[in-house]
Design a protein around this ligand. Sequence first.
Ligand code: DOR
Ligand code: ZN
Length: 348
Amino acid sequence: MDEIIIRRPDDWHVHLRDGAMLDAVLPFTARQFSRAIIMPNLAVPVTTAALAADYRRKILQALPDEKTCEGFVPLMTCYLTDETSANDISQGYTDGVFAAAKLYPANATTNSAHGVTDINELDAVFEGMQDIGMPLLVHGEVTDPKVDIFDREAIYIERVLTSLTKKFPKLKIVMEHVTTKDAVDFVRAHQNQVAATITAHHLMLNRNDIFQGGIHPHRYCLPIAKREVHQLALREAATSGDTCFFLGTDTAPHPLSDKEASCGCAGIFTAVNALELYTQVFDEENELEKLEGFASLHGSSFYGMGLNDDHVTLVRENVRIPGSIPVSDGSSIRPFRAGQTLGWKLKY
Ligand code: DOR
Ligand code: ZN
């Protein structure tokens, strides 16, 4: 197969930031995807419907005037804190501002200091979300510093998700950016209730790659890439055709100087070639015919949204990933696999 045509995909997990960074990264996502779930972890987190409506306006204003970006829909999420009220969140969802709510355990990752310190305090919020069918998106890592960084996801399933799914059996949950076989197994065992996004970089990396011949800050993200056995489980899950797994890039841009630093930020920037990266993996696994389900069908069905009308074409042709993306404030961003060549090209 040298050409594939699939329904236009959606990206169910994106960090767009704001200001100059937003202007620099948004075009890449909007050219490839019809809709995107926008993560709320700005420096001032998006905790209310008013803040989300304001952020959505800024995103729409920053859209380039290009045919391929026409009709792009940013789907906004509410950043849960210890103070989130069940009423505000339900109101924001029924008003069409929020598509979902994001649970960051406090201090689990970038800009999560205002996250949730005790999930048991949010029972009323989860009950309200369960009643109206509003999805809960989870950053599934424990923050207990005693837990090894490579075990944080598996322990989160054990300590938090298992009881959460029992307590709220109708609450729709997306385990974001899963990185372990444990998560794949958990999602499959709860697939009427729980789904998962899988990033392109977690399909392409294992923990050896972070330290291959030296330390690679542009391969560092959270949850951190795990052993090869987990990477292989993710590749199997993504290409299995199972509807509980779908595309979410977790593209997370940081200025180069914040990545290449004595204490570098977590986040991998895949937006530029997102769809081409995934296509490469599906091709390597000889499962190209499963790409459309993963990229364009399963997510919208889990969220209860309609399918996109138009299609995109990918051709077997070399494409070079740019070495650097400029930002108008003078900084720059280094894409994942910068300067390397991919074997699939999205036709624009
Ligand atoms: O690596 C990550 N970067 N993981 C996250 O959960 C957040 C993200 C970011 O916002 O930079
Ligand atoms: Zn993320």
